[in-house]
Design a protein around this ligand. Structure first.
Ligand code: AMP
Ligand code: ZN
Length: 470
């Protein structure tokens, strides 16, 4: 039984999806105006791991994560660089995808972009106005009528009266036509030089919160299993998403709300605005990004995690121990006897497989990756002391599989990349040329595919065939 800590009810609850065997999951993605920093990487790694674990448990996961590609910061950057907001966001989406690949964060089932969902946003805002949950002010701004939604505050556990006492801080300049300081923007009129769309209320652009309500509904339906993001999103972003979605759709929006704690530096939140951040790209210059992933998973996702060079160093060393152990098994298997597994080996393999149950126990408990990593180390210790060159290949291969499978659930690639020597590549290329000459195209294609699988790209040039590593 998987237990998930649900921010909505402030306790761990049994995870029961709406549809048997299927999970719908929405994770708020980054605003793309810069390279992502390692604070942004925390939810990416954490919720990618949640997804992997749910899949390991047999669920089919529909995972949606957006890119916020229209926003004040993107527009500001575009103006500074004398280019368009679209050019800025496309550039940083591409960079973000590179970082995600480096961290072995799998692409979502769908990565919708706000600017491509404006039609849906206009429709939802229209419905909210029709139902009396939103209104247009004189200047064309559309606001959500917060007080009309009696359950407002249920996620952040704030009540409207407390909010009212702090309401001055909720007033943003230029929003003085609100009926009430707690109301928030759904649509706002365009300003000079900004991207805008046509809507029944005015030419303009959406407020931030509406995009997630719309994209979650479009790709996952009005009622979803899991909604996730960093804890700074609980209020107001997720609170506002709930208000919009539930007032529009009339059903509960998300059943489980999951929030990761902050990645800190010197015990303060790492953030662009404080300027105390490292980009994922900077870290990748010093470390394999697998080390960053290992580091992020070394703490429970709801505990604050302090970034330090020391912790990165110990993560690097720990990951290396796992990789070396797997490499040793690869070596032993290569030279092992081709014999059926002995009874004693069968028994040992069952013991090795039992570690999977312990691993699952840790992950079932609100995705405790720190404990799951500890189980992985216990398993490696077990393998180091029980597998030798005397064992059958079948046994060694199976033990190795138990380790790499658990690694894979955490998104850690424990198998060393096979080093391919230049000589081997050149011999294959020569063979391919000979095959082509002999009009044996099937063989030539086969070699090309084999090289591609090794990460070798062939380039036909005037001087003959050249190659490069991808
Ligand atoms: P943003 O681009 O600021 O909207 O952030 C994208 C995601 O990163 C959100 O889920 C944030 O909550 C999360 N995030 C931003 N900074 C941190 C941090 N220092 N630690 C953990 N998560 C963060
Ligand atoms: Zn969101």
């Amino acid at each position: 039984m998987i237990k998930v800590y649900n921010t909505l009810n402030k306790r761990k609850e049994e995870f029961v999806p709406l549809r048997e065997g299927k999970v719908s999951m929405y994770v708020c993605g980054p605003t793309v105006y810069n390279l992502i920093h390692i604070g942004n990487a925390r939810p990416m790694i954490v919720f990618d791991t949640v997804r992997r674990y749910l899949e390991h448990k047999g669920y089919q996961v529909n995972y949606v994560s957006n890119f916020t590609d229209v926003d004040d910061k993107i527009i500001k950057k575009a103006i500074e660089e004398q280019t368009s907001a679209q050019e800025v966001s496309e550039r940083y989406i591409a960079e973000c995808e590179k970082d995600m690949a480096g961290m072995n964060v799998r692409p979502a089932t769908v990565h919708p972009r706000a600017t491509q969902e404006i039609g849906g946003m206009i429709e939802m805002i229209g419905t909210l106005i029709e139902k009396g949950f939103a209104y247009k002010a004189e200047d064309g701004t559309v606001y959500f009528r917060t007080r009309k939604f009696g359950e407002y505050g249920k996620l952040s556990h704030k009540n409207l009266d407390d909010l009212r006492s702090g309401e001055r801080s909720l007033l943003v300049s230029g929003e003085d036509q609100k009926e009430d300081p707690l109301d928030f923007v759904l649509w706002k009129p365009k300003k000079d030089g900004e991207p805008y769309w046509e809507a029944p209320w005015c030419l303009g652009r959406p407020g931030w919160h509406i995009e997630c309500s719309v994209m979650a509904k479009r790709y996952l339906g009005p009622e979803i299993d899991i909604h996730a993001g960093g804890e700074d999103l609980i209020f107001p972003h997720h609170e506002n998403e709930i208000a919009q979605s539930e007032c529009c759709n009339g059903v509960p929006f998300a059943h489980y709300w999951m929030h990761n704690a902050f990645l800190n530096i010197d015990n303060r939140k790492m953030s662009k605005s404080l300027g105390n951040f490292f980009t994922v790209r900077e870290i990748s210059e010093k470390y394999d990004l697998q080390v960053l992933r290992f580091f992020m998973l070394s703490a429970h996702y709801r505990s604050p995690l302090n970034f330090s060079a020391d912790l990165m160093e110990s993560s690097r060393a720990a990951l290396e121990r796992l990789v070396n152990a797997v490499d040793n098994l690869t070596f032993l298997a290569r030279n092992a006897k081709d014999e059926p597994m002995s009874e004693a080996e069968e028994a040992l393999l069952a013991e090795a497989r039992a570690f999977t149950d312990k691993f699952d126990e840790a992950m079932d408990d609100d995705f405790n990756t720190a404990d799951a990593q500890a189980v992985l180390f216990d398993l490696v210790r077990f393998a180091n002391s029980n597998v030798t060159g005397e064992n059958s290949r079948a046994f060694i291969v199976e033990v190795k599989k138990v380790i790499t499978t658990l690694g894979d659930i955490l998104g850690l690639i424990l198998e060393k990349k096979q080093e391919v020597l230049d000589d081997e590549i050149e011999a294959l290329i020569e063979e391919r040329q000979a095959a082509r000459k002999a009009r044996n195209f099937a063989r030539a294609d086969e070699i090309r595919d084999q090289l591609a699988a090794m990460g070798i790209q062939l380039l036909d040039t005037r001087e003959g065939v050249k190659w490069k590593r991808n």
